[in-house]
Ligand binder design. Structure first.
Ligand SMILES: Cc1ncc(COP(=O)(O)O)c(C=O)c1O
Length: 406
């Protein structure tokens, strides 16, 4: 830490940049990856199978399908339930583009819900409000009023690792005949009402992107208890071929559909296996940091802190705060800039979907339908949170935030 005198203020700047997220890669993980590199089999093979088995055991489902991203998982999930261009699907306005873009892959209609003010999640209330505002139900089929498309699925997003109210979202979805595909990119390892995320909806999609709770560099996993979905996804993740390359007894194979190239490599899976083993310890460290932030920042006026998940276990993927521009000493953008000046990274999760040029041009989303998402967009910021943060890193963030806001 360098101390600098600038006018009347004492300012601290870190010597090295602290990003808002970094992966934690152990020597054991590096050794396991190196062993795969030396083995002669680097694409999908025994390590992918082992990773799927370990993940399934951890979550408690009967199926786990490893893929090269969560986006691929969301895409194949919608493909497995048979989404077409005559259909629509409901998701949250506060998510990464992946959750909405996959609906567009099918030329289907994305329908967006607002979020709650506290955790910025789709709730049973915002889901029902959206259905009432934008859909008609004839007792059997739910249709999007504007396009006449059939609503087939709901995609709740466990933003930051705080779980959505799955019991009631499932209840509403069942009433309208909708499949539930959870975007759990942030929710490993998270528990909702005593049951791990991964076991609730029809399909659940996890991400192993570089910044996530565990990483494979790039990667994803879908969990489900429906074997027919798993079978379909295993075919569609590899060109629509009906047999794995690794298990193929001879040269013969059949292409049964126009599939995709979404398989995970054994190199990535080897990293995933070790990360999974280390995940409880990663989670404990993230929780410890989140609790330290909570207690350090409790007295700052105009600063809303993230809530612990009272319905279960928060994965603490992100530590998202909100600044009330009418009360806080400085606004969100000034805080982000102030942190940057002190060599500390931050991020925003997320720019609401309806704010992006593509979605604006393509669909008629009305901003007035998303008051809480819009409010969040003016106020939210994610502070650094990752298992590899040292106590000094945490001290630097605490000092900088207090220095800027008190
Ligand atoms: C909420 C959410 N969903 C989906 C994704 C996509 O994950 P991936 O990069 O593994 O495709 C992300 C990635 O950041 C995300 O934050």
């Amino acid at each position: 830490m360098i101390w600098m005198e600038s006018e009347n203020m004492i300012k601290t700047t870190r010597e090295s940049f602290l990003p808002f997220a970094l992966p934690s890669i152990s020597e054991e993980a590096i050794d396991e990856v190196a062993a795969v590199l030396r083995s002669g089999w680097v694409t999908s093979g025994p390590k992918v199978k082992e990773f799927e088995k370990s993940f399934m055991d951890y979550i408690g489902t009967s199926e786990a399908i490893a893929l090269n991203s969560a986006t691929a998982g969301l895409h194949l999930s919608l493909e497995a339930i048979g989404l077409t261009e005559k259909d629509a699907a409901i998701t949250s306005s506060v998510t990464f583009t992946s959750t909405a873009e996959v609906i567009c892959y099918f030329k289907a209609q994305p329908i967006l819900t607002d979020v709650d003010r506290t955790n910025n999640l789709m709730t049973p209330g915002t889901l029902l409000e959206t259905i009432e505002r934008e859909c008609v139900f004839d007792g059997k089929i739910l249709r999007h009023k504007d396009t006449g498309k059939v609503v087939r699925a709901v995609l709740p997003v466990h933003l930051a690792g705080h779980t959505c109210d799955m019991e009631r979202i499932l209840e509403i979805s069942r009433k309208y005949g909708l499949k539930v595909i959870e975007d759990a990119a942030h929710a490993f390892p998270a528990i909702h009402k005593g049951k791990m995320i991964g076991n609730w909806g029809d399909l659940t999609v996890f991400s192993f992107y570089a910044t996530k709770g565990i990483t494979t560099g790039e990667g994803g996993m879908v969990t489900t208890n429906h074997s027919e979905y798993a079978t379909r996804m295993r075919i569609m993740r590899l060109h629509g071929i009906n047999r794995d390359t690794y298990n193929r007894p001879g040269w013969y194979y059949e292409v049964v559909d126009a599939g995709y190239k979404y398989n995970l490599s054994d190199i990535a899976a080897a990293l995933g296996i070790v990360q999974l083993r280390e995940s409880d310890q990663f989670w404990k460290r993230r929780e410890e940091i989140a609790m330290r932030y909570n207690s350090e920042f409790a007295e700052i006026s105009g600063l809303k802190l993230p809530e612990d998940d009272l319905q279960g276990k928060h994965s603490w993927h992100l530590y998202r705060i909100e600044l009330d521009p009418n009360i806080a000493k400085i606004g969100r953008d000034s805080l982000a800039n102030g942190l940057k000046d002190r060599n500390i990274g931050s991020s925003l999760h997320f720019i609401p979907i309806y704010e992006h040029p593509f979605y604006k041009k393509k669909f008629k989303f009305k901003k007035k339908n998303y008051p809480n998402a819009s409010r969040m967009y003016d106020r939210a910021l994610s502070l650094p949170l990752f298992a590899g943060m040292s106590d000094t890193d945490v001290d630097d963030v605490v000092f900088a935030v207090k220095d800027l806001l008190l």
